[in-house]
Design a protein around this ligand. Structure first.
Ligand code: NI
Length: 257
């Protein structure tokens, strides 16, 4: 990205929009420049070093075995590090969301994820919508930004192509104590897309796209900054039934994972 481009928000090409509509996800080579990524990575590392002093529910363990395979998430990270949403990365993410969802697109919750070196656990296959309030119809996108290269070895994102066109599938908690969900049963492997990214690269995915990520077997931590945007939810005549949800998730600001 050149300095000139950094001044006006990123705009997807028609071909990229079409690809997103068809696949339910899109790989973006650069959502900001390396200088901002270094700043964002430092802010995120500082957040994960912070002891306590998070609002209730803002720091979560997603893994089934947090002691052996930690997978830590901070929700609403901009409360603690406002600069995360003050630069080109955020402006570009917001512009992408507006392009895909329309001008009614609003922020629906951001989070950061840390997958520590060697022990960071994987994220099982899931749909983000399985976490959301089942009384409403949702239209949302997540923009996942790599704060260092994201590779097969350190647990990059994986998507099931076209899965956003189907229903919300049955999910279950990864363990009774955890806040992570996984699809019940095996996901079809044939449509998997392994989304390796350079630092400052991003992926965009629909709230219903089946996705997951591998464990981190590399010697470096893998961090991601995820911006969530959506249209105002629409109340359904007949609510969905998501028996896997924890009761607290139906609060207005739930973790988008
Ligand atoms: Ni997710």
């Amino acid at each position: 990205m050149t300095a000139r481009e950094a001044n006006s928000p990123l705009r997807l090409t028609d071909a990229q929009v079409e690809e997103y509509r068809k696949d339910g996800f899109l790989r973006v080579a650069a959502i900001t420049d390396d200088a901002e990524i270094e700043i964002l990575r430092t802010l995120v590392d500082d957040l994960f070093r912070r002891d306590g002093s998070f609002a209730a529910g803002d720091r979560l363990e997603l893994g089934a075995d947090a002691a052996r395979e930690p997978l830590t998430q901070v929700v609403n990270p901009e409360r603690y590090a406002p600069r995360l949403v003050q630069g080109p990365a955020y402006r570009n993410a917001r512009a992408i969301a507006r392009q895909l969802l329309g001008d009614g697109s609003i922020p629906t919750g951001h989070h950061v994820i840390l997958k520590p070196a060697r022990v960071g656990g994987g994220t099982p296959w899931h749909q983000d919508e399985a976490y959301w309030d089942p009384r409403y119809a949702h239209r949302a996108v997540s923009i996942w930004i790599a704060l260092q290269p994201a590779t097969r070895e350190n647990g990059c994102m994986q998507f099931l192509r076209g899965s956003h066109r189907g229903a919300v599938l049955p999910h279950e908690l990864v363990s009774p104590a955890a806040h992570g969900l996984r699809l019940c049963g095996a996901a079809p492997a044939s449509m998997e897309f392994l989304c390796e990214l350079p630092a400052a690269g991003a992926s965009v995915h629909d709230g219903r796209t089946v996705h997951g990520a591998g464990a981190n077997s590399s010697g470096q931590p893998r961090r991601a900054l995820v911006f969530g945007f959506g249209l105002a939810p629409v109340l359904l005549d007949t609510p969905n039934n998501y028996p896997w949800q924890r009761p607290e998730w139906s609060a207005p600001a739930n973790p988008g994972n």
